[in-house]
Ligand binder design. Structure first.
Ligand code: MG
Length: 164
């Protein structure tokens, strides 16, 4: 891998909302009457962030590392997916600089959960919570997100080459 001083990556993910599932975002259970549907815990925020890291490294997306048709990935905690991305980052000679994330959800209100999500992600990323930005927006009642059929997330992440 070329020894760029910085590498930047972008990730996006969306999962469908459904009854009878927990809502997990950034590794935190957010109280809500519905949760996200998926083979894993369907944590779209963590998936977008992991894809941003894989993308920054020029690696394939999370579906390559954790295929959704493999039974061993059923119910997988997405924090493990993020940990794999961090492992790849470190073995390529980089550490995570900062990450900026956006959650698109009509409901529930995310503000009360932002700090605990930052704390959760910072542990896996091995950075301080202050190196993570998390914003949440509704979709102005428009489209599948606005109709509360889905929650989506965007992530941008900067990687910094470790001094050797
Ligand atoms: Mg996903």
């Amino acid at each position: 891998m070329s020894e760029l001083p910085f590498r930047i990556g972008h990730g996006y993910d969306l999962h469908r909302l459904t009854d009878g599932r927990k809502l997990i975002l950034g590794g935190v259970e957010v109280p809500h009457e519905q949760g996200l549907l998926g083979h894993s815990d369907a944590d779209c925020l963590t998936h977008a962030l992991a894809d941003a890291i894989f993308g920054a490294l020029g690696l394939p997306d999370i579906g390559h590392y954790f295929p959704d048709d493999h039974p061993e990935n059923e119910g997988l905690e997405s924090v493990q997916i993020l940990a794999k991305a961090v492992e790849e980052c470190e073995s390529a000679g980089y550490s995570v600089g900062n990450a900026d994330l956006t959650i698109l959800a009509q409901r529930p209100k995310m503000a009360p959960h932002i700090e605990s999500i930052k704390n959760s992600l910072s542990k896996t990323l091995k950075i301080a919570p202050s190196q993570i930005g998390i914003k949440a927006t509704t979709n102005e009642v428009l489209g599948p997100i606005g109709r509360e059929e889905a929650i989506a997330s965007f992530a941008v992440c900067l990687l910094i080459r470790k001094q050797v």
